[in-house]
Design a protein around this ligand. Structure first.
Ligand SMILES: *Cc1c(COP(=O)(O)O)cnc(C)c1O
Length: 399
């Protein structure tokens, strides 16, 4: 157990995973790029190899970087502290993390329950049968009835991508009746919600997004208990979906400003959302901070705030959405999210293309929908840019 759990999350973000710095006489984490480690004592080496391949977090000798890396382990410790779990296991991408969870779950059963909408590629992966599991798609209210003896995992994402609908995590855990629940908490970050405290077994982040926060690392991480962490490390050692130590170093640094970034972006998102709803080019705005998403009442309880992602529907459909993408100047028209800079993208045309058309339609992924990841620039500048782009789209439509 971590002795520092009493501190405020902001303090933990700055200090977690750095507890031994005084002893080491350093002020920044050592970055260990070794791929292999000398084995002078073969007995120690053999015992270490067995321990790491068997899923232990560390051993006397790291042996080989696919089995253990101290820089990655530091980031994992810090993230686990922020999520309030005993362990965390990092991967080379959010999808590598998701794959490892499905592979580890697949050893318990081949039946997985999924609640849509999910991140497009998560939906695609779970629907493809690629990993030997079969996904049964349900609404949250259907989970209890859909569980059978072969059900290994329940997968949810809240806030969901791209609609920002919220799901009651505690209610899903109750309905799952002991079947582990995976929560993709990428949009919330540990600053805004801690699913493990609500009973979730696996808390997944695409660390590419808010945790990295600067658009320069692809990574994934799963916070969980020791038993699942062991299973995930075994999968990682066998399949090799590793996080590079330089990525871990940057993510660990990202945690130090996570609270500041998330709160600033969130304040900006609220400001922008309140202006977007009044703009004549906009048909609707989906944002938990406006109460315009499913289960918005969970803001303030399950979630500490509404976050900084929002989606909005253009009156002019696909053409108008495309015109906004072309007209923004400060914001970057690009997929991804959670960066310090504002990003805007078109789910139907980009991130959710891998989701079948009927599912897109049912979850409001329409041709006129844009998703905005609000950054930490000054709110007036973000809005001025968006407003001129919306005006340009209206003029193009009128012409
Ligand atoms: C980006 C994302 C993923 C996938 O993560 P990668 O790091 O791109 O592999 C999974 N879930 C959500 C919610 C995401 O936004």
């Amino acid at each position: 157990m971590r002795e520092s759990t009493q501190s405020h999350p902001d303090t933990l973000g700055v200090h977690a995973g750095r507890e031994d710095f005084a002893e080491l006489g350093v002020h920044a984490p050592p970055l260990d790029l070794s791929t292999t480690y000398p084995v002078r004592d073969l007995d120690v080496g053999t015992a270490s190899f067995d321990a790491l391949v068997g899923g232990e977090a560390k051993a006397a000798n790291p042996i080989y970087a696919r089995l253990h890396n101290p820089t990655v382990a530091r980031f994992e410790d810090a993230l686990a502290t922020l999520e309030g779990t005993s362990d965390a296991v990092a991967f080379g991408s959010g999808m590598a993390a998701m794959s490892a969870c499905l592979l580890a779950a697949g050893q318990r059963g081949k039946h997985v329950l999924g609640v849509r909408p999910l991140y497009g590629t998560s939906d695609h992966l779970m629907n493809s049968g690629l990993l030997g599991i079969k996904t049964h798609w349900v609404e949250p209210g259907e989970i209890a009835a859909a569980i059978n003896d072969d059900t290994a995992l329940v997968v949810i994402e809240t806030p969901a991508n791209p609609t920002l609908d919220l799901i009651d995590i505690a209610a899903v855990v109750k309905a799952a009746r002991g079947v582990p629940v995976l929560v993709d908490s990428t949009f919330a970050t540990p600053v805004l919600q801690q699913p493990a405290a609500l009973g979730a077994t696996l808390v997944l982040h695409s660390a590419t997004k808010f945790i990295g926060g600067h658009g320069d690392v692809i990574a994934g991480v799963v916070a969980c208990n020791a038993e699942w962490a062991s299973a995930l490390r075994q999968v990682r050692a066998a399949t090799g979906g590793l996080l590079h130590p330089l990525g871990a170093y940057l993510l660990h640094r990202g945690l130090q400003t996570l609270g500041l970034r998330v709160r600033q972006a969130q304040a900006n998102a609220q400001y922008v959302a309140e202006r977007l709803v009044k703009h004549p080019a906009v048909a609707k705005v989906c944002y938990p901070g406006l109460g315009t998403v499913a289960n918005a009442h969970l803001v303030g309880t399950q979630m500490r705030g509404p976050g900084s992602l929002l989606a909005f529907e253009m009156h002019g459909g696909h053409a108008a959405a495309a015109a906004v993408m072309s007209a923004v100047r400060l914001a970057t028209p690009a997929v991804s999210l959670g960066s310090v800079d504002t990003l805007i993208q078109h789910p139907a045309g980009l991130t959710h293309r891998v989701v079948d058309a009927e599912t897109q339609r049912r979850h409001g992924i329409t041709p006129g929908l844009l998703r905005l990841s609000v950054g930490i620039e000054h709110a007036d500048d973000i809005w001025a840019d968006l407003e001129q782009a919306l005006d340009a789209a209206r003029q193009a439509e009128a012409a």
